[in-house]
Write a protein that binds this ligand. Structure first.
Ligand code: FAD
Ligand code: NAP
Length: 337
């Protein structure tokens, strides 16, 4: 009976006190709230903290951002030897913390930019208010979502030719997609690869005509029309791609291609659904900022990195925009005081 009473009391406590605690977390206020922990967010944090703004940075569900999903990084300045993506992000985090950033493990699920101060709510139930927001929630590459593609991601399957093209010197590679990005990636890859096969699901490219002309004039590129990737083939030891099976969507015929790299270039999705109807975006959902600035259409709300950039999508450009956003936030706050 004693145990039963204890259990009943514990259950009662958990259904009454726990929600009370969760719903009554005191609001955290900051001058600068940074959403996202990729290169843009951490760099914004370093600059904002060094400007004595005591920023709060909310990590999101991918602490460290996209670079934590890769291995070798060879183009981030300052390192003459190859560095690892997760290591670089740990270093950025350490630097941001060392200068006074408050790091919080949470994911923002709601924002209200019509209020002053601006308000955000995390999955934890925590409410954050801030005089300025830096949005650095990044973007995610779209994938074909076939099992073997996911298995070889980072081992020959990539969504970034600028990042990984160098690893395919004198090898044959394939690119999937028919838009500007796929055409540019295919042409870029010809600098390294011996042959590039562009696989497109229709018989006409979506890319601009001028780019198409350049593509067709490049004798290292072969276009494979009306085809989709059916399976990625590879070795397990050492792990790596050694071919793909493609299916002709008209004849259903399956063909095997010997390639060592597969680049998926079928678009990206910026993480901006939170800001729908509150911030100006282009038709693909990228946040729009003023020219030569990271300021959005709402004064005091800044956007940095892949969340506003569909052209460059590099760690160094994201970091550069993170720096700009913190400097602009500092100016905004000092003007408002
Ligand atoms: P991201 O790195 O995308 O980070 C976004 C952050 O926002 C994440 O921390 C996420 O958790 C957070 N977030 C999202 N939504 C929310 C929310 N609602 N609330 C709170 N937080 C949120 N670039 C290079 O320069 N060199 C390379 O070698 C290179 N290799 C790459 C390899 C791979 C496999 C990939 C995918 C990308 C690579 N890139 C490389 C590109 C580079 O990673 C990106 O350009 C860069 O990470 C963009 O930085 P970002 O800060 O804008 O956003
Ligand atoms: P995009 O223009 O949307 O093209 C995506 C391509 O991928 C399309 O050809 C599409 O095929 C194909 N695709 C989509 N899902 C697929 C799937 N599941 N399987 C196979 N193929 C699939 O995307 P993007 O090329 O990344 O460009 C995005 C934006 O950035 C565009 O506005 C583009 O103009 C811009 N951009 C501009 C430049 C430049 O100006 N130099 C460079 C890069 C990007 P369908 O054609 O059949 O739909």
């Amino acid at each position: 009976a004693y145990l039963a009473l204890k259990e009943v009391l514990l259950i009662l406590a958990s259904v009454t006190i726990y929600p009370y605690i969760m719903n009554n977390k005191s609001t955290k206020h900051t001058k600068v709230l940074i959403l996202g922990s990729g290169p843009a967010g951490y760099t914004a944090a370093i600059y904002a903290a060094r400007a004595m703004l005591k920023p709060i940075l909310v990590h999101g569900s991918q602490p460290g951002g996209q670079l934590t999903t890769t291995t070798d990084v060879e183009n981030y300045p300052g390192y003459s030897k190859v560095i690892q993506g997760p290591w670089l992000m740990d270093e950025m985090k350490g630097q941001a913390e060392a200068v006074g950033t408050v790091m919080i493990q949470d994911h923002i699920n709601k924002v209200d930019l019509s209020k002053k101060p601006f308000e955000a709510v995390g999955d934890s139930g925590q409410i954050y208010t801030a005089d300025s927001f830096i949005i650095s929630t990044g973007a995610q590459a779209r994938w074909l979502n076939i099992k073997s593609e996911q298995e070889f991601r980072g081992y020959g399957v990539s969504a970034c030719a600028t990042c990984d093209g160098f690893f395919f010197k004198d090898k044959e590679v394939a690119v999937v997609g028919g838009g500007n990005a796929a055409v540019e990636e295919a042409m870029f890859l010809t600098k390294f690869a011996s042959k590039v096969k562009l696989i497109h699901r229709r018989n006409e490219l979506r890319a601009e005509k001028m780019l198409q002309e350049k593509l067709k004039a490049n004798n290292k590129i072969e276009i494979i029309w009306d085809s989709v990737v059916d399976e990625v083939l590879g070795d397990s030891e050492p792990k790596g791609v050694n071919g793909i099976k493609i299916k002709n969507v008209k004849s259903n015929k399956i063909t095997e291609l010997k390639v060592h790299g597969l680049f998926i270039a079928i678009g990206h999705d910026p993480a901006t659904s939170l800001f729908k109807d509150q911030l100006k975006m282009d038709k693909e959902g990228y946040l729009i900022t003023k020219p030569d600035s990271t300021e959005t259409n709402v004064p005091g709300v800044f956007a940095a990195g892949d969340v506003k950039d569909k052209i460059f999508r590099q760690a160094v450009t994201a970091a550069g925009m993170g720096c700009m956003s913190a400097l602009e936030a500092e100016k905004f706050i000092s003007k408002s005081n």
